[in-house]
Design a protein. Structure first.
Length: 405
């Protein structure tokens, strides 16, 4: 095989194809190395080289490149190799494919408004990718994912919106990995953004009285549980009759695991306030004495549809029936304020803590009732005894039956 140098060029070349019409550069200035490279190329083209031989040639060529270019080429070739998959999915087909997936969310089927939000997130990314000439999901590299999130942040969005986009894009690529031939999720290593703490408020005494006077149906008993136990919505909805005796015993679903007992969640014991005892007795009569299963089976079914349905229903009640404004402008990172819900069912938990504080109940007792696992609080306060909690709960006012003036 003959090799040669072209006029004005430092590298050696060789000819291929019919009549030698194609010129191939060896990227070698040493004649011996160039000749060996040309022969290896010829053997590879004729099937005389194994895959391992070709890989060694590639490594040899990469090692000969300048350091900065060498590392960039290694990454590019590695990504291209990882993307060679028989299954592909075009961006234009991805949304419909994801929407039809039964496992698109680990929290059940998203609500319609949630789906609209997800669609907007995907449309923005699809438009950006199309502008970059990226046609299929498996072609998206980690660098391109980083570039997109940089572009998104530069548009002036809040930290919370940034995280919502990142979370949804990660989830879509994860869900569609088999259909799209994705081996590595390009958004998996994109840096998360720390969120500022969102302000939450407690209801005023006047608001609580309005709520208690207007609430009906299952929500009447849910509100009572929220006011006198401080339970989160998810725990109140899923309460079972077996949890209720002289007190309420429940394992909060969102509480962090105790460091001293790995693999176990702490059961919280909450004494029953006299006003709540009357409400639970009333509910039991309505259930015709049934003492098994969930207290609120209808709400459990609603919650299973998506965890936004039930809290949204309570917020509508606050706005429409009670005339309570549930939203406020809050600081959201360094770029802007946003409108957010600050009053909802969770505000009953804050109201419970506030009433406890106003009734001079020791902080350690409040901590034990609401199930806080704050390391700082645990350092300074021991857990309260059941008798102390029972005495404390009785000190709370009867919001459902306030004294007549």
């Amino acid at each position: 095989m003959k090799i040669f140098k072209r006029k004005g060029r430092d590298y050696y070349y060789y000819r291929t194809g019919a009549g030698g019409k194609n010129w191939v550069c060896t990227f070698e200035t040493d004649r011996g190395k160039a000749l060996a490279m040309a022969r290896n190329h010829q053997r590879a083209a004729s099937g005389g080289l194994t895959v391992e031989d070709v890989f060694k040639v590639l490594l040899f060529k990469l090692d000969a490149l300048p350091k900065k270019l060498r590392e960039a080429q290694r990454i590019e070739y590695g990504q291209r190799l990882m993307q060679v998959k028989p299954e592909t999915l075009a961006f234009s087909e991805a949304w419909a494919k994801w929407l039809a997936m039964p496992n698109k969310s680990k929290h059940g089927n998203p609500a319609p408004n949630t789906i609209k939000g997800y669609a907007a997130i995907w449309r923005r990314f699809e438009k950006w990718a199309t502008g970059k000439k990226i046609g299929h999901l498996h072609e998206v590299t980690e660098k391109q994912a980083q570039d997109y999130m940089t572009d998104l942040w530069a548009s002036g969005i809040s930290e919370r919106t940034y995280m919502a986009h990142l979370k949804q894009l990660r989830a879509m690529f994860r869900t569609l990995r088999l259909q799209a031939g994705i081996l590595l999720n390009p958004f998996a290593e994109v840096q998360k953004m720390e969120l500022g703490t969102q302000s939450r408020e407690a209801f005023t005494p006047e608001q609580l009285q309005t709520i208690c006077s207007k609430v009906t149906g299952d929500w009447r008993y849910m509100v009572g549980i929220g006011i006198y136990t401080g339970l989160r919505l998810i725990d109140a909805v899923h309460l079972k009759w077996e949890n209720i005796g002289d007190s309420i015993k429940v394992v909060p679903q969102k509480v962090k695991r105790r460091k001293n007992k790995p693999g176990q969640k702490r059961e919280v014991t909450i004494p029953i306030h006299p006003a709540l005892a009357l409400l639970l007795a009333e509910l039991r009569r309505k259930r015709r004495g049934k003492a098994d299963g969930y207290l609120f089976p209808a709400l459990v079914r609603e919650y299973a549809k998506g965890n936004a349905y039930v809290p949204a229903a309570f917020i509508r009640f606050l706005k429409d029936e009670c005339g309570i404004e549930t939203t406020a402008d809050i600081e959201d990172g360094v770029q802007r304020k946003r409108r957010a819900n600050v009053l909802g069912f969770h505000a009953l938990r804050h109201s419970f803590v506030s009433m406890c504080a106003e009734s001079k109940i020791p902080l350690a007792t409040i901590q034990d009732i609401v199930g806080h696992e704050s390391p700082t609080m645990t350092l300074y306060y021991a857990h309260a005894e059941d008798a102390a909690k029972q005495t404390a709960i009785k000190l709370l006012p009867d919001v459902f039956n306030p004294p007549q003036k």
